[in-house]
Design a protein around this ligand. Structure first.
Ligand SMILES: CC(C)(COP(=O)(O)OP(=O)(O)OC[C@H]1O[C@@H](n2cnc3c(N)ncnc32)[C@H](O)[C@@H]1OP(=O)(O)O)[C@@H](O)C(=O)NCCC(=O)NCCS
Length: 177
């Protein structure tokens, strides 16, 4: 049986998270301080896939206005009000831990926890050709908004803004791809 389990992220996990991020997102460097800040600001949205000795994956999400995309490798400085929309900043597994069914439990754990506190939708930017993966996780690409297209430029060519409604699918009023 796998020794790896999802659990809440702790400050002592941040170095391990940074190591996984470096392997999973080689083209999107983010400083250690960015990860540490997200954990400090919104620990309820930060999880790690870990054995008793090492971190093999992580998920980071935090409240962020719907339709806005935080710039890469930047401190947030604080969180917005209201907190009814969440931005799923990263889900990443070390290559050794992929293909073993670890991704879906992390997403569902986040969804359950956020629904319980009244979050209405989760948004993310799909990179690394992960649109089909995220569709399988219940997310849908949002199309047709020029402001979003501009903000995606820093994420490189093949990136897509996607959302999952936690309340009523289709209720957000955005045009879907
Ligand atoms: C994205 C990532 C977290 C997925 O983890 P994974 O272990 O490879 O995913 P799994 O193999 O457990 O697949 C999870 C589910 O998605 C499905 N899936 C995976 N890749 C898919 C694809 N390309 N198209 C459609 N479905 C896909 C699987 O069939 C599985 O479905 P199931 O739960 O019904 O069996 C992992 O590949 C990763 O860390 N990649 C690098 C970082 C990254 O790109 N993160 C996302 C950035 S937005």
């Amino acid at each position: 049986m796998s020794e790896l389990h999802w659990r809440p992220m702790r400050p002592g996990d941040v170095d391990g998270v940074v190591r996984v991020a470096a392997v999973a997102f080689p083209d999107h460097f983010e400083a250690r301080a960015c990860f540490a800040e997200r954990l400090a600001l919104f620990p309820n949205g930060c999880f790690v896939l870990a054995s008793p000795v090492e971190v093999k994956g992580y998920l980071i999400a935090y409240p962020w206005p719907f339709g806005a995309i935080p710039p890469l490798n930047s401190l947030l400085g604080g969180l917005p009000e209201p907190r009814d929309s969440l931005y799923l900043h990263d889900l990443a597994l070390h290559p050794d831990a992929r293909g073993q069914g670890h991704a879906r439990p992390a997403v569902e754990r986040l969804v359950d926890a956020m629904r319980a506190i009244g979050v209405r939708r989760i948004a993310l930017v799909s990179v690394n050709d992960t649109v089909p993966f995220w569709r399988g996780m219940g997310f849908t690409p949002v199309a047709g908004d020029p402001a979003i297209v501009r903000k995606l430029e820093s994420y490189g060519g093949n990136s897509h803004y996607m959302i999952r409604d936690l309340v009523a699918p289709g209720g957000a009023g955005w045009q879907r791809a």
